[in-house]
Design a protein around this ligand. Structure first.
Ligand code: MD3
Ligand code: FE
Length: 204
């Protein structure tokens, strides 16, 4: 089912379900090359979600700032390539939300364990805000918080479950968003108390 959750923002419930096992296997392969790590923000906070990336660019933060980098700073090697399955699924999801020919340059992989969260923020490190962002949720369910163009705007809450895909385009692309801490009882038969989120982005 396709549910509109904001202007040009669409929740495709279960869109990735039939590919979920293959996606999880590919995440393991990527993490063998580019291990999950807890990055530090410019403000000195260590992020509770662990991250890796694949694609031409990965999202990096350190004391100096947020940026996209063609190399993994931990290995000084290029990031692993985006698997064909990832790119095809992201393109199909974008297409079904009305965005033709989406070709992601970066895939950020977030891993949440119990208590991990992501505070309200905007995704503004990309140069092209006309391209949508596609996100795929795998594993334990989490509560997603969706605000508006201003930090003080009220938020709506949405449950993101294993296999759910969301496409964020138009003005929603710059709306504030985050996720509540992963609940103590949150789990999934395949991943246990772990949630993964893939976000596909056009960077340049
Ligand atoms: C709405 N990730 O990686 S996914 C992120 O669950 C991020 O890991 C969260 O926010 C997560 O930046 C939320 C849903 C999401 C992703 C990107 C968006 C929602 C978005 C960009 C613009 C608006
Ligand atoms: Fe975000």
């Amino acid at each position: 089912t396709k549910q509109q959750i904001g202007p040009d923002a669409w929740l495709l419930k279960g869109f990735a379900l039939s590919d979920a096992d293959a996606l999880l296997a590919a995440i393991e392969q990527i993490a063998a090359q580019a291990p999950f790590r807890h990055q530090v923000t410019p403000g000195g906070y260590t992020m509770s979600a662990a991250m890796s990336s694949c694609g031409a660019y990965g999202w990096v933060t350190d004391r100096h700032g947020y940026r996209y980098s063609p190399q993994d700073p931990q290995s000084n090697q290029p990031w692993p390539a985006i698997p064909a399955l990832f790119a095809e699924l992201a393109e199909r999801a974008a297409h079904s939300a009305g965005f033709a020919h989406f070709a992601p340059e970066a895939c950020l992989i977030n891993r949440y364990t119990t208590g991990a969260r992501m505070g309200l923020h905007q995704d503004k490190d990309e140069q092209d805000f006309t391209a949508p962002i596609v996100s795929i949720s795998l594993g334990a369910p989490i509560t997603f918080l969706f605000g508006g163009p201003n930090r003080s705007d009220p938020t709506s809450r949405w449950l993101l479950e294993h296999g759910d895909v969301v496409v964020w385009g138009g003005v929603s692309r710059l709306y504030f968003h985050g996720v509540s801490p992963l609940g103590k009882k949150a789990s999934h038969p395949t991943t246990g108390a772990v949630r993964y989120n893939l976000t596909f982005r056009k960077v340049r």
